[in-house]
Design a protein around this ligand. Structure first.
Ligand code: 5CU
Ligand code: ZN
Length: 397
């Protein structure tokens, strides 16, 4: 039998913990809809459009120009693997992209979560079989076959009861490649300070499941100048500012509602380096200390008991999807250590617009920030690039 040659791989793991997919079943779900979120297939056969943000769906814009083009990079796992190879990424932890299952009718939510999570498990298992040599396609393993894929599962948050969500969290623990869950900021529809979420926090805590908190809804479009601004500036304001502020507000509401006091072992991973949380933590702490509503200050509301800085160090991990050294250093300082910050790419969002097939600017910018802040090949850079993810998510490499 011909010898199997292993391709040149990085000497240490590079793990992408922020990388999305829309499994085929989900794309079909979007295609079956005509209101946000939906996919529009122009009758002239030109590229399909993904319309997921409410600001994308202005009636004054022709449908074939709304949202953004969507192609097979969103669903084809071989394209994910090519992207990983191009950027020396050894392992990806894939997650369903926004808006997850937030919009699914209550009675269908459990079914959809199970379907998506089983799809994710199958994708990971097939790749695992290839990577460990279980499946060989001839006398030479293809380069792509050495890569590993894990996943964060989706939750049926629109289901009629929080217990259904808790049951899916428990079920995910029985799947071999699921390493946590991804969730948006709306929770059960009322935000993440909703006491009705307590059974879900309890399930995450008791099963030691990490929750990847990711934005989708942003801020009201009026904050950015409405339709006119969308037409002039596209997605810049909602993505650059709306997304990070949404995450910051969501986690701060959890904090103010005492979620981290009631569930001290809860672990969450915040997208985009925590939005603006590391930068604003001191201001949040100060406003809490000066808030007359809170019992400590003579009011009648029990405020947060734990310091926001301790929440950052004990309950929160941050991704390194921040595209700059200043923000990355703030993330590391906020989290208290390089050991709590994890590399990500946000693939397939932010593809190169010049049609070139080379490295993606969105990835190289984040790599440069890590190397610039900590030194290429330094222990800190290696920890952020992959070591932390391997340890925290119990990954095999
Ligand atoms: O920046 C991001 O994370 C994203 C994302 O995940 N989804 C999206 O629609 N745009 C940007
Ligand atoms: Zn993302």
């Amino acid at each position: 039998m011909a010898e199997l040659t292993k391709p040149q791989m990085p000497a240490y793991p590079i793990v992408d913990i922020h990388t999305h997919v829309y499994p085929e079943s989900y794309l079909n779900l979007l295609r079956s809809r005509t209101t946000v979120p939906y996919i529009y297939d122009p009758p002239d056969g030109s590229r399909s459009r993904l319309i997921i943000l409410s600001s994308d769906d202005s009636p004054s814009v022709p449908k074939e120009k709304r949202g953004r083009p969507v192609d097979s990079t969103y669903s084809d796992i071989n394209l994910k693997l090519s992207f990983m190879r191009k950027h020396n990424i050894t392992t990806s932890v894939i997650s369903l992209a926004n808006p997850w299952l937030d919009f699914v009718p209550a009675q269908d939510a459990a079914h959809w979560a199970e379907q998506i999570n089983n799809d994710l498990e199958r994708i990971c298992a097939e790749q695992y079989a290839k990577a460990t040599g279980g499946i060989s396609t001839g006398n030479k393993l293809a380069l792509n076959e050495y890569f590993f894929i894990y996943a964060f599962g989706a939750l049926p948050l629109s289901a009629p009861s929080a217990n259904i969500v808790a049951n899916e969290i428990s079920r995910l623990k029985t799947l071999k490649f699921l390493r946590g869950v991804i969730m948006g900021t709306s929770g059960l529809g009322k935000g993440l300070d909703d006491p009705a979420l307590d059974p879900i926090w309890a399930a995450l805590e008791s099963t030691q499941t990490i929750m990847f908190l990711h934005p989708h809804y942003g801020l009201p479009n009026d904050a950015f100048g409405g339709v006119e601004a969308t037409e002039r500036y596209g997605h810049v304001l909602p993505l650059a500012l709306g997304f990070p502020l949404e995450t910051t507000i969501a986690v701060t509401r959890m904090y103010l509602a005492g979620v981290f006091d009631r569930f001290p072992k809860l672990s969450i991973l915040l997208a985009h380096s925590g939005g603006t949380l590391p930068f604003l933590a001191g201001r949040i702490e100060s406003c809490v200390a000066h808030e007359r509503k809170f019992v400590e200050n003579g009011g009648d509301v029990v405020g947060p008991q734990k310091s926001v800085w301790n929440v950052l160090k004990e309950n929160i991990y941050l991704d390194a999807v921040i595209y700059g050294e200043v923000g990355l250093k703030a993330a590391v300082h906020g989290a208290g250590s390089v050991d709590r910050v994890l590399f990500g790419t946000d693939h397939p969002f932010f593809p190169p617009l010049d049609g070139n097939d080379g490295e993606w600017l969105s990835v190289t910018t984040n790599r440069k920030a890590i190397d610039g802040a900590f030194g290429a090949e330094s222990d800190a850079a290696k920890a952020i690039l992959g070591g932390n993810a391997v340890r925290i998510l119990h990954l095999e490499n």
